[in-house]
Design a protein around this ligand. Structure first.
Ligand SMILES: *[C@@H]1O[C@H](CO)[C@@H](O)[C@H](O)[C@H]1NC(C)=O
Ligand SMILES: *[C@@H]1O[C@H](CO)[C@@H](O)[C@H](O)[C@H]1NC(C)=O
Ligand SMILES: *[C@@H]1O[C@H](CO)[C@@H](O)[C@H](O)[C@H]1NC(C)=O
Ligand SMILES: *[C@@H]1O[C@H](CO)[C@@H](O)[C@H](O)[C@H]1NC(C)=O
Ligand SMILES: *[C@@H]1O[C@H](CO)[C@@H](O)[C@H](O)[C@H]1NC(C)=O
Ligand SMILES: *[C@@H]1O[C@H](CO)[C@@H](O)[C@H](O)[C@H]1NC(C)=O
Ligand SMILES: *[C@@H]1O[C@H](CO)[C@@H](O)[C@H](O)[C@H]1NC(C)=O
Ligand SMILES: *[C@@H]1O[C@H](CO)[C@@H](O)[C@H](O)[C@H]1NC(C)=O
Length: 613
């Protein structure tokens, strides 16, 4: 009865039964009843009146949601799973909905779970509904889409796609979804999945009928930043992250695809960059991999945004193009960059322009069919690097800032020429005083009053405040400390941004805090960040999940509830524990929210700090 408050506002008669009324993120409005319905294995699904063929899960027209290796996906030759994807690919709403229906029913029927961790200890049999004869079946799922999708549905700028939906399940066994866009249908299907559990007799039920949900997101940009440069992530792993994002209604994957340590991105026009810059010949993203990741994302209502961070964070390019980098591997690195190895683009060298023209002409046409944005980085610019650059030979900001302005202008012109909107890190306008056009979206990470300052200067902002939303913080140093002075100085080897950001800390961060209404409108949303110095595919699941879910609820549902009160972690915990179980059942190793003791048949107050103590 964790949603008691929400439910009781609508009707005090409607009571939810155990366990959690588990829609995560919380819908704008939800009412539920206490009747049990069972879902039929061949439930009929219609989309705008036409039958959706999903029933035979082994049939290639409805591949199992578990299929996700590159080879398996390719073998299917399905446009929505990344077979041949023509540039400018025209995604069809019916394919998007079809894939969503397949995955949702696969999750409900084949990847469900008996919620023993959510029911009282040793009480599954007593708690789950009796599977008696004459039970009511859900036999129909009727999907209607009221609007028409267009290209901006699949690669939206913030706010250009309507993700709202309504979902109902009546007592006669008919479920209905209505949405303006196919993306709204996908969001509704994920809520639908969350109504069901598996019975110990393997049948599937909900105890919440009748259900009425109306829902829409608070922020259009709800993302995860994944750094695939410091450590390499196999493609399948990135696809799995996209799955988790879709289940949590997150809609932007920002891939920080290169950095000073490695360049895994293949650029056919300049193959030498990844040949010399990737960690190994296999640790690369081919153009096909990139298209696969983008297509897979579009089919889940997610936009992939690539970032080439520059002019800093780019040292590795020196391995293939030594003439265009200053300070590659400079020591002591602490003077020349934030993290070894150093290396920045030279700012008074025309070969940099030739390089970037070739790079962008190759890459941006492969991005623009799937994304409205391209991120040009711009954080942690180091002035000292130019003392080592023979054509500049100074760290004087009055010389370097105009060069950086020119560099940024040219770069953003390249991005706009490809029909994309530039994104930059906050230092560009805020610390280096670079003038940027109003179309540029600024990603803020340094905290303090940055979001306030940027929005009051009229910039659109994405909030990634490291004090709250950096998921890698608190793991300790990746650097080694020699005995003696370094050891003594840095003992006990904490990292720069610890402690770990707990889900409760993430959950209480409001990207709109302290903003006027005008300023708040400029906040497109936020991203939690996964910087990968000590993270790779072996530990990323439990690093991201369920903490990104917590940010996901802030971004979808808002930090404040409908009455303007802060959402309560006590209310949220059982629902978070529920979606955590669902993620595990669907193949992602999300970390436990807390002890099984706290979840077994209990509400969030069982394991809460007593009020008033
Ligand atoms: C189910 O809800 C109805 C009203 O909607 C109520 O009268 C009834 O007592 C509830 N049953 C249980 C077991 O909670
Ligand atoms: C797509 O549709 C939306 C909503 O109907 C509309 O605002 C937008 O202008 C359309 N975009 C294009 C590229 O047609
Ligand atoms: C420039 O270099 C000098 C000498 O190394 C140093 O004192 C100064 O702080 C540097 N300025 C900047 C902007 O890095
Ligand atoms: C850039 O390099 C040219 C020579 O190639 C030099 O004449 C000019 O002074 C340099 N500009 C700056 C700002 O260092
Ligand atoms: C940017 O402008 C501020 C305020 O005028 C100034 O304090 C700061 O030094 C400038 N930064 C640079 C890199 O010039
Ligand atoms: C909002 O302002 C308060 C008081 O100045 C400050 O403590 C808090 O950190 C600010 N919150 C954010 C998210 O900026
Ligand atoms: C919500 O929580 C913040 C701290 O995150 C606090 O400053 C604020 O007063 C709370 N707002 C309400 C309405 O309780
Ligand atoms: C949660 O459980 C406690 C202890 O059983 C109970 O006192 C409390 O009323 C419950 N709270 C809600 C919101 O159901």
């Amino acid at each position: 009865m964790h949603m008691m408050k929400l439910v009781s506002r609508v009707s005090t008669l409607l009571l939810s039964v155990t366990p959690a009324l588990a829609i995560w993120p919380a819908p704008t409005s939800i009412t539920t009843g206490n009747q049990t319905l069972w879902i039929e294995h061949n439930v009929q699904v219609t989309y705008n009146g036409g039958i959706v063929r999903w029933s035979s899960l082994s049939h290639p027209s409805c591949p199992s949601a578990a299929i996700r290796t590159n080879e398996e996906l390719l073998a299917l030759q399905l446009p929505w799973y990344g077979g041949f994807v023509p540039p400018g690919s025209d995604f069809r709403s019916q394919d998007i909905v079809h894939g969503g229906v397949c995955r949702a029913l696969d999750a409900i029927l084949n990847q469900n779970f008996v919620p023993w961790k959510l029911y009282a200890r040793n009480a599954v049999k007593q708690t789950e509904p009796a599977a008696n004869k004459g039970k009511t079946l859900i036999t129909k799922l009727e999907i209607s889409q009221t609007g028409k999708d267009n290209s901006s549905t699949w690669k939206p700028v913030g706010g250009s796609v309507d993700e709202s939906y309504s979902l109902s399940v009546d007592l006669k066994g008919t479920a209905k979804i209505e949405a303006v866009s196919a993306v709204g249908v996908l969001r509704a299907l994920e809520s639908f999945v969350q109504l069901f559990y598996q019975h110990t007799n393997r049948q599937i039920y909900t105890t919440l009928a009748p259900v009425e949900i109306k829902d829409a997101p608070q922020f259009p940009h709800r993302g995860i930043l994944l750094d695939v440069a410091r450590n390499y992530y196999p493609v399948e792993n990135i696809l799995s992250i996209l799955d988790g994002m879709a289940w949590n209604k997150l809609n932007r994957l920002h891939i920080h695809v290169t950095d000073s340590q490695a360049w895994p991105l293949q650029i056919p026009a300049m193959p030498e960059v990844s040949e010399k810059g990737a960690y190994a010949p296999h640790a690369v993203y081919t153009p096909h991999d990139v298209a696969l990741i983008q297509t897979y994302a579009v089919h889940r209502g997610i936009e992939v945004i690539f970032e080439i961070d520059m002019p800093g964070h780019i040292g590795i390019v020196a391995e293939s193009h030594p003439d265009i980098i200053t300070g590659w591997g400079a020591e002591p690195w602490t003077t020349y960059c934030a993290e070894p190895p150093c290396g920045q683009f030279r700012l008074n060298e025309t070969k940099v322009d030739t390089f970037l023209d070739t790079l962008m002409d190759d890459l941006l046409p492969r991005v623009s069919p799937y994304s409205a944005y391209f991120h040009t980085g711009g954080d942690e610019f180091n002035f000292q690097e130019y003392l080592l650059d023979p054509s500049v030979g100074t760290n004087d900001t009055t010389i370097l800032i105009p060069l950086l302005q020119k560099f940024t202008d040219k770069n953003h012109a390249r991005v706009r020429k490809a029909g994309l909107v530039p994104l930059v890190w906050e230092e560009i306008p805020k610390d280096y005083n670079i003038t940027i056009e109003k179309d540029v979206v600024v990603q803020s990470w340094l905290g303090g009053s940055a979001v306030q300052e940027l929005t009051s200067a009229g910039h659109q902002v994405i909030d990634s405040n490291y004090n709250f939303w950096y998921l890698d913080c608190g793991r300790g140093q990746f650097l080694n400390f020699e005995n003696g002075q370094p050891f003594d100085t840095y003992y006990p080897f904490n990292d720069w941004c610890g402690p770990t950001k707990s889900w409760q800390l993430i959950y209480q961060h409001d990207p709109r805090a302290n903003l006027t209404e005008e300023q708040a409108k400029l906040v497109l949303g936020g991203e939690v960040a996964v910087w990968s110095e000590t993270i790779d595919e072996t530990n990323v699941d439990s690093l991201i999940w369920p903490r990104a879910s917590a940010a996901g609820e802030v971004l979808w549902s808002g930090r404040l509830d409908a009455s303007g009160n802060n959402r309560s972690a006590v209310e949220a915990a059982p629902r978070l524990a529920d979606i955590r179980e669902r993620m595990v059942a669907r193949g992602i190793g999300a970390a436990p929210v807390h002890m099984t003791f706290c979840t077994q048949g209990r509400n969030g107050s069982t394991c809460s700090w007593p009020v008033g103590v």
